[in-house]
Design a binder for this molecule. Structure first.
Ligand code: ROI
Length: 167
């Protein structure tokens, strides 16, 4: 008998603030839909938000994609980095401006922490630019170790975050 193939529900955060960010996100969503052994289930609206972190960078466009995948977290991470590279990502300053950032937010209910990958993403529960689009695609989500998304949203400021395009 064949072993059952495990499909995990996974969420990816998208961000861009260089080189036509709206287009960067749209291209990235198309690339996510083409990943092997993976299905794009839904995508959030596209949001504009002021940069968090180092000042003096352009506003970001952000969105979240919901996927179902048979890829392991490590393989999915590698695939996401491949999409970032294909869209011209230069890896320089840690929190600097970027053409495309794809953050693996959650992979099922997996908890892990390593230099390469931590799950859930260690900053996601504090970031309105992640939580607001994430709630659109997963309104009842519980973030392992942090609780319900609705509760987390009560604690973050959404100043400056606005929808610029529907899914
Ligand atoms: N700020 C916003 N608004 N959106 C991002 O995607 C984003 N990504 C980052 C930092 C620099 C932390 N700030 C951001 O990596």
């Amino acid at each position: 008998m064949n072993a059952a193939i495990v499909h995990e529900r996974t969420y990816v955060g998208l961000g861009s603030n260089l080189a036509n960010p709206l287009n960067q996100l749209r291209c990235a969503i198309d690339a996510l839909a083409k990943l092997p052994n993976t299905r794009l289930l839904s995508q959030s609206s596209l949001y504009s938000s002021p940069a968090e972190g180092p000042a003096g960078q352009p506003d970001y466009m952000n969105a979240v994609a919901e996927l179902e995948t048979c890829l392991s977290p490590a393989d999915l991470l590698e695939a996401l980095q491949g999409i970032e590279d294909a869209q011209g990502r230069r890896r320089g300053l840690r929190w600097g401006a970027r053409t495309l950032d794809l953050d693996l937010l959650l992979w099922g209910t997996q908890l892990q922490s390593s230099a390469k990958l931590s799950l859930p993403h260690p900053e996601m529960h504090r970031r309105a630019f992640v939580l607001v689009p994430l709630r659109e695609v997963a309104p009842a989500l519980e973030i392992p170790g942090h609780g319900l998304i609705t509760k987390l949203l009560d604690a973050v400021s959404r100043v400056g975050l606005r929808v610029v395009a529907l899914p």
